[in-house]
Design a protein around this ligand. Structure first.
Ligand code: GDP
Ligand code: MG
Length: 777
C-alpha cells in the first residue's frame, strides 16, 4: 500500500520508493529508504503536508509525494501471518513482512514480436500462454508468478513492439504499463540473431530510464550462424547486463534472473544509468525543453524529463496530450506555451541543421549509437540484409584497417594546406585594410597620447590578430564539414586504440584537432566525452595543440631568423613538439594525476549524410564567433595595456628605444630578466611573454611594438629565438582558455593547474634546448 494511505498513528515499513530522478533522490535522502520504519504523526484528510516520524525525526511530506512511497503497514502484515506476532515483537514482524514484500519483484518483459518473451514467461512460471510465430492481435498483458533464489517474481508478458513511439496500440500499451506500473526491473528480450534492429527498442528503454537486464535470446541461432560479439563490452556500453539465453532449452534463464536481482538490489557492476548522446543540436533542444519540465513538480516526479523532452521533440502525440491535459489549467497556460515554443524552436533548428525532422534525426542518432557500440564490441555477422547499406559500405573503406589512416592523414593534410594557402589571400587583404585605417586615423588626428593609443595600441593590436580570422574560419569550415557528414566520428573511431595508449579516448581526438584552430571552442567540444577522467586529461593537454593564435609569432620569428628553405621545417617541428609533449604528458597524467577507472561509453557512428549548407555555415560561424569575441575583449584591452605600459612615463626628449627602457614595461622586463636567463631571452622578449598571457597573438603584437624600427637579430641569437618559439608553444595557453577550462571542469583548481604546469613544462623544455644547443653553437 501507499504511505499516503496510512492513517494518523499507523506504522509502516518502506518497501520501495517510486518516482523518478531528482525527486526520488531527494525523498531517499530525507531518509525514506527501504526497510525504514515510518510512523504517521498527523494525516488529516485534505491536509497537506502530512507529518511523519522517521528515524526519530519529524519530517513532513506532501500528499502526492507520499503516494510514491510503497509501504507494508502493521495491519496488512497482521493479516498475512497473524500467528507470527508475539506480544512485544510487533515491530520485528513488520520488518519481516517488509523484507518479504521487498523480495517480490515486478518484472516486465519487453521486446520485439517473436523474440521469445512468451517462451520465457512460460518457462519460468510454468504457464501455458500461447507461443507462436505470429504478431499479437490482442493488446494485452498476461501476469504470472515464479520463485527463484528466494525471490518472488511477478512477471508481465507485454505485447511485442519494435519501438516505443505512439503509432500502434501495442506501443502505447507497453509505454503506459512501464510509466504507470513502474516495474522494478525490465527484462528486455532481444532476438540476438537480429541484434541491430532489436537494440533500437533498447535505446528507447534507456531513454525511459528503466532498470534493465537484456536477454540475448535465440543465442543458439546466433551461435549456429557463427555470429560473434563481445558481450562484456556490449553490456558495459549499454550500461546493463546482457545475458545470452535460449528459451527453447531454458539455457541462461538462471543467470538472467540472478542479474535481475542484482540490478534490483543495485549490486550489478555493469548496470548504470546512461544518456544516449543525440549530438549537439538535439541535446541542446532536450536541455532547453527539460528546463520547463523540471519546473513542474508533478511531471518531474512521474517521468524522466529527459524522456519526455525527447518524445516532445519527436512530436509524440501521446506525450503532447499528456502535457496538454496536465497543463490545461488557466494558470499553467503560459508555461505550456513556453514549453511548446522551446520545443518548436529546437525542432526547427534540428530541421535546419540536419535537413531532417527531429524524429528522423533522433532515430539516426540511436542507430549511430547502436552502430558504434556494435563496432566496438566487434560484432561480426554473416547477415545479408542491411538497413544502412550505403553507410556500411563507405565505412568499409574509410575505417578500413589499412586504408583508414592514410585517408585520414590525407584529409588532414588537405585541411591544413587549404587553410594556410587559401587563407593567405584574405589575410593579405585584411592586413592592407588595417594598415590603411591606421594611416587614415594617423592623418586625421594630431600627434599625442590619444593618437598613439588608437593607432599603436588598439588598431595595431587588434589588427595583428584579426588577420587570422579567414584562416580560422576556413579551418572550422573543414572541421564542421567532417563533423556534420559523420566522418569525424569515424576518425575518432580509428584513432581510439592510439588514444587509449595515451590514457585518452577516441572521442578526445576531435577536440584535439579543433585545438589547432583555437583552444577555447576545443575545450567546450570535450563535452561529448562522457568519461570525466578522459575529458579532464583532454582539457589539460589541449594547450599543447598549437592554436592559430600562435601562428603570428611563429611567422614573425621564423621569417626574421631563418632562411626561407628552413622556415616550414621550423614551423613543422613546433607542431610535432606540441603533439609529442601532449602524448607524454597525457600518459603521465593518466598514470599519476587523474587516476581512476573510466566508464565505458559508445562512440556513435551516425549514418553518413550530406551536410546542409546552413548547418556548415552556422557551425563554422559559432566557432569563429568565439575567436572574434576574444578580439573585441581580451585582445583589445591587453593591447591598450601593453601600449600604456610602454608609453608611460613619457619623455619626449628620449629616443624610441630609450623611452621604452625607462617605461613601466621596460622596468618590468628588467626585473624578470633573470628568470629567463637560462633561455637566453632578453627583457623585451620576456615582457612580450607576460603580455601574451592575455592572448598569444599579443606576443607578436608586443614584439612588434617593442622592436619598432630596430633589428631583432642584433640582440637575439637564432637558438634563443627557436627556444622562444618553444616557450610560446608550450606555456600558459591564454586567459580565455583557462576560463573555459574553469567553466567546463567547474574547478579553479584544475584550470590553475593547467596554467601552472604548462608554464613549468615550457620553462624546462626551452631552458634544456638552449643549454644543450649552446654547447654545439
Ligand atoms: P514472443 O512473440 O516474443 O512472445 O515470442 P514467442 O515466445 O512466442 O516465440 C516465438 C518463436 O520463437 C517460437 O516459435 C519459439 O519457439 C521460438 N523461440 C523462442 N526462444 C527461442 C530460442 O531461444 N531459440 C530458438 N531457436 N527459438 C526460440
Ligand atoms: Mg508472445
Amino acid at each position: 500500500m501507499k504511505l499516503s494511505e496510512l492513517n494518523t498513528g499507523d506504522k509502516g515499513v518502506i518497501v520501495r520508493v517510486l518516482g523518478h530522478g531528482g525527486f526520488r533522490k531527494r525523498i531517499m535522502e530525507m531518509g525514506f529508504v527501504r526497510g525504514q520504519e515510518v510512523e504517521v504523526l498527523l494525516n488529516a484528510p485534505l491536509q497537506d503536508p502530512v507529518k511523519y516520524k522517521l528515524m526519530g525525526y519529524e519530517v513532513s511530506l506532501r500528499h502526492h509525494e507520499a503516494e510514491q512511497i510503497e509501504v507494508v503497514s502493521g495491519d496488512a502484515a497482521g493479516q498475512i501471518e497473524p500467528y507470527v506476532i508475539e506480544k512485544g515483537h510487533e515491530d520485528d514482524f513488520l520488518q519481516h513482512a517488509a523484507l518479504r514484500e521487498r523480495r517480490t519483484l515486478h518484472v516486465a518483459l519487453v521486446g520485439n514480436p517473436n523474440c521469445g518473451k512468451t517462451s520465457l514467461f512460460n518457462y519460468t512460471s510454468g504457464a501455458h500462454a500461447h507461443v507462436g510465430n505470429y504478431s499479437g492481435v490482442t493488446v494485452d498483458a498476461t501476469e504470472a508468478r515464479a520463485s527463484m533464489f528466494g525471490y518472488e517474481f511477478v512477471l508481465t508478458d507485454l505485447p511485442g513492439t519494435y519501438s516505443l513511439s505512439c503509432y500502434s496500440p501495442e506501443e502505447l500499451y507497453v509505454r503506459k504499463h512501464l510509466s504507470e506500473q513502474m516495474p522494478d526491473v525490465v527484462i528486455n528480450v532481444i532476438d540476438a540473431s537480429n541484434l541491430e534492429r532489436n537494440l533500437y527498442l533498447t535505446t528507447q528503454l534507456v531513454d525511459m530510464n528503466m532498470r534493465m537486464v537484456s536477454a540475448l535470446n535465440m543465442y543458439d541461432e546466433f551461435e549456429r550462424r557463427g555470429d560473434t560479439v563481445n558481450l562484456e563490452t556490449l553490456s558495459s556500453l549499454f550500461g546493463m547486463p546482457m545475458i545470452p539465453t535460449s528459451f527453447k532449452s531454458g539455457e541462461g534463464v538462471k543467470e538472467l534472473f540472478k542479474a535481475v536481482i542484482q540490478v534490483y538490489e543495485g549490486k550489478h557492476q555493469q548496470a548504470r544509468h546512461l544518456h544516449i548522446n543525440y549530438g549537439h543540436e538535439i541535446e541542446n533542444g532536450i536541455a532547453h525543453i527539460q528546463k520547463y519540465l523540471k519546473a513542474d513538480e508533478h511531471i518531474s516526479q512521474h517521468y524522466s524529463t529527459r524522456y519526455l523532452s525527447i518524445k516532445l521533440l519527436e512530436h509524440d502525440s501521446d506525450v503532447l496530450q499528456y502535457i496538454g491535459q496536465h497543463m490545461a489549467d488557466e494558470h499553467k497556460a503560459e508555461e505550456r506555451q513556453q514549453l511548446l515554443a522551446a520545443r518548436d524552436a529546437a525542432a526547427t533548428r534540428v530541421k535546419e541543421e540536419t535537413g531532417q525532422d527531429a524524429e528522423t534525426a533522433i532515430m539516426d542518432a540511436k542507430y549511430g549509437f547502436i552502430n558504434g557500440a556494435l563496432r566496438e564490441a566487434e560484432y561480426q555477422t554473416g547477415r545479408k540484409e542491411d538497413t544502412y547499406r550505403t553507410t556500411h559500405m563507405i565505412d568499409r573503406v574509410l575505417s578500413n584497417k589499412f586504408l583508414g589512416f592514410p585517408i585520414f592523414f590525407l584529409l588532414l593534410y588537405i585541411m591544413f594546406e587549404t587553410t594556410f594557402s587559401l587563407g593567405q589571400y584574405p589575410m593579405d587583404w585584411i592586413d592592407a585594410f588595417v594598415e590603411w585605417i591606421g594611416e587614415k586615423v594617423s592623418a586625421t588626428m594630431s600627434e599625442g597620447p590619444l593618437r598613439s593609443l588608437i593607432v599603436d595600441g588598439a588598431i595595431a593590436g587588434v589588427g595583428s590578430v584579426i588577420v587570422f580570422l579567414p584562416q580560422i574560419l576556413i579551418l572550422y569550415f573543414f572541421i564542421s564539414l567532417m563533423e556534420d557528414s559523420g566522418y569525424m566520428a569515424r576518425a575518432a573511431f580509428i584513432m581510439d586504440k592510439i588514444m587509449h595508449k595515451m590514457g585518452l579516448h577516441g572521442k578526445s581526438f576531435i577536440p584535439l584537432i579543433m585545438g589547432f584552430g583555437c583552444n577555447v571552442p576545443a575545450v567546450m567540444a570535450t563535452r561529448t566525452i562522457e568519461s570525466r577522467r578522459s575529458r579532464l586529461i583532454t582539457m589539460l593537454i589541449l594547450p599543447f595543440m598549437s592554436c592559430s593564435a600562435r601562428l603570428p609569432i611563429y611567422i614573425m620569428i621564423t621569417g626574421t631568423f631563418f632562411a626561407v628553405e628552413y622556415r616550414s621545417w621550423v614551423m613543422l617541428s613546433l607542431y610535432v613538439v606540441g603533439i609529442a609533449m601532449s602524448v607524454i604528458v597525457s600518459k603521465l597524467f593518466a598514470t599519476f594525476v587523474v587516476k581512476g577507472q573510466d566508464t565505458p561509453f559508445v562512440m556513435e557512428l551516425p549514418p553518413y549524410r550530406w551536410p546542409t549548407a546552413k548547418a556548415i555555415g552556422r557551425h563554422t560561424w559559432e566557432k569563429g564567433k568565439e575567436y572574434l569575441k576574444k578580439m573585441g575583449g581580451v585582445i583589445l584591452v591587453a593591447s591598450v595595456i601593453v601600449w600604456a605600459l610602454g608609453y608611460f612615463p613619457h619623455d619626449e626628449s628620449l629616443s624610441e628605444p630609450q623611452q621604452q627602457e625607462q617605461s613601466y614595461i621596460g622596468r618590468m622586463g628588467k626585473t624578470i630578466e633573470p628568470v629567463f636567463a637560462p633561455q637566453g631571452f632578453n627583457w623585451k622578449l620576456d615582457v612580450s611573454l607576460i603580455a601574451g598571457v592575455g592572448a598569444k597573438e599579443i606576443v607578436a603584437s608586443s614584439i612588434g611594438v617593442l622592436y619598432e624600427g630596430q633589428d631583432m637579430t642584433e640582440d637575439v641569437t637564432p637558438l634563443a629565438a627557436y627556444c622562444y618559439l618553444l616557450f610560446v608553444l608550450l606555456y600558459f595557453p591564454c586567459i580565455a582558455t583557462i576560463v573555459a577550462i574553469k567553466h567546463e571542469t567547474n574547478s579553479w583548481r584544475w584550470s590553475l593547474f593547467a596554467a601552472g604546469y604548462t608554464t613549468f613544462v615550457a620553462w624546462c623544455v626551452s631552458a634544456l634546448v638552449y643549454q644543450i644547443g649552446s654547447l654545439f653553437m
